[in-house]
Design a protein around this ligand. Structure first.
Ligand SMILES: [Zn+2]
Length: 197
């Protein structure tokens, strides 16, 4: 980004032109902080600089970015990055019923597997940080508890705040999440490469 926060604050933005439909398979555009649908955001446009300004009423964030921007081209003018496990632990009301909407590998490859599987309804008891998957959930099926990747589930009751929170998280994750596991792995690989040079 070639502008400072101060410059972006005083830059003027008019109503944004209608956004083009994404072509092919692309993750749905959303608020970079909370995952709110783009259609719920107030969008301004500065034609000369080809910059968009987004204001989100759900999380109060204001950010500026060029179209199809890279990570380092996004400037947050108001609000701060979310700690998702912490946020979800506070925002979700536990326990709640959820449906499993994606299957895990063990279902197919482990004949002994009798844990939760696709389309099961389970109870979500709590959520916590996962290095590999971002946020995992502790769930109960029958008498037993299991660990399950949160984004593989959908809140059963679509009229609840829990449903909205979870869908926003999944939308944000699809578009903006970078696994700490991958970051650590690529970091380690770069180090090995540098040592080899
Ligand atoms: Zn937001």
């Amino acid at each position: 980004m070639m502008f400072s926060k101060e410059e972006l604050h005083i830059m003027s933005f008019s109503d944004a032109p209608k956004l083009e439909e994404p072509s092919g398979y692309e993750a749905e555009e959303c608020c970079i902080i909370c995952g709110n649908k783009l259609e719920n955001l107030k969008i301004g446009f500065n034609e000369k600089e080809q910059l968009y300004k987004y204001e989100c009423a759900n999380c109060d964030a204001v950010f500026v970015m060029p179209k199809n921007s890279a990570r380092d081209e996004r400037v947050l003018l108001k609000g701060k990055e979310r700690n998702w496990p912490e946020h979800l632990l506070k925002a979700l009301k536990f326990p709640f019923d959820a449906e499993i909407i994606e299957s895990n590998d063990r279902e197919f490859f482990d004949p002994e597997y009798d844990g939760p599987s696709l389309y099961d309804t389970v109870k979500v008891l709590e959520v916590f940080y996962s290095m590999k998957y971002g946020v995992d959930a502790l769930i109960r099926k029958g008498r037993r508890t299991y660990q399950q990747t949160l984004c593989f589930m959908e809140a059963f009751d679509t009229d609840t705040d829990n449903y909205e929170e979870l869908e926003n998280y999944k939308r944000w994750r699809e578009k903006y999440w970078l696994s700490d596991f991958i970051v650590a792995l690529t970091g380690a690989m770069n180090e090995v490469q540098e040592q080899g040079e």
